[in-house]
Design a protein around this ligand. Structure first.
Ligand code: FES
Length: 259
């Protein structure tokens, strides 16, 4: 089998826009990565013009267009690196390495995407990639500030189910709580999920009850993104460990040791 290619690209920023408080979208031109990446894969991003922070930041790919060479990244501000990234201007060059990791297996006809918060970013790429298949999404957020996700998914999904913790939009509760009802009314052949780990564990358990296979996209701290530093180790079911950056970030739910 051909070894997947990885590229380093000096990618100009074409857009940097605020989607909601603390969440921004960056579109860059990275033609090689855009041509080769698959949903669920990620890139490591570094600001070329700053020595600080030195490390690259892992970011899920939220969309890619091989025709235009553009890739989309959606990021939440969680620290100094993401805060600096949120301020980049159009035409700034970002140093981007990718595509990295193992993405989603998409041999399905009626997938249900289940995501919480920023975990919805890689699922957006799944929806775009699978369109016009009848993809549905169950999107969970804290408040109606996260309405923007519903809008982003409405272009490519047949149905968008929304939950908020405070009930200010859609179903009141978490998406794991709403999932049994959504599963009852659909005829899904795969669940793909990304978000907080306890949420994904519950989603996988609900899928297993109905015999629907589930893929989960794990988040771990990542320093190198290449399988070299072992900062992203997780436990595998049946013993042993896996590197989330290289063996994942997407795993079948049954591959993960959840305890
Ligand atoms: Fe270095 Fe995974 S991030 S081994």
């Amino acid at each position: 089998m051909k070894k997947p290619e990885k590229y380093m690209e000096q990618a100009p920023v074409l857009e940097n826009s605020l989607l909601a408080p603390g969440v921004f979208r960056i579109v860059v031109k990275a033609p090689k990565i855009a041509a080769d990446c698959l949903p669920g894969q990620f890139v490591m991003v570094r600001l070329t013009s700053f020595a600080d922070p030195l490390l690259r930041r892992p970011l899920s790919i939220a969309g890619a267009d091989p025709e235009t060479g553009m890739i989309t990244l959606i990021c939440r501000i969680v620290g100094h690196g993401s805060e600096m990234l949120s301020t980049v201007k159009v035409n700034t060059l970002l140093d981007i390495m990718g595509p990295l990791g193992r993405g989603f297996a998409l041999e399905c006809e009626r997938p249900l995407l289940v995501g919480g918060g920023i975990g919805l970013a890689p699922l957006l790429f799944v929806a775009e990639y699978c369109c016009p298949k009848p993809v549905e999404v169950l999107a969970g957020g804290r408040t109606c500030d996260e309405l923007f996700w519903a809008k982003l998914f409405s272009d490519t999904c047949h149905a968008v189910h929304v939950t908020t913790d405070d009930g200010s939009l859609g179903i009141c509760g978490t998406c794991a709580e709403a999932l049994p009802e959504v599963l009852k009314n659909g005829n899904y052949d795969m669940i793909l999920t990304c978000g907080p780990r306890p949420m994904m564990q519950r989603v996988a358990a609900e899928g297993a009850k109905l015999g629907i296979r589930t893929q989960v996209s794990l988040e771990e701290h990542m320093a190198c993104g290449l399988g070299a530093c072992r900062s992203c180790t997780c436990s595998a079911s049946g013993g042993g460990t896996r590197q989330v950056c290289k063996d994942g970030p997407v795993f079948w739910a049954e591959e993960v040791e959840w305890a």
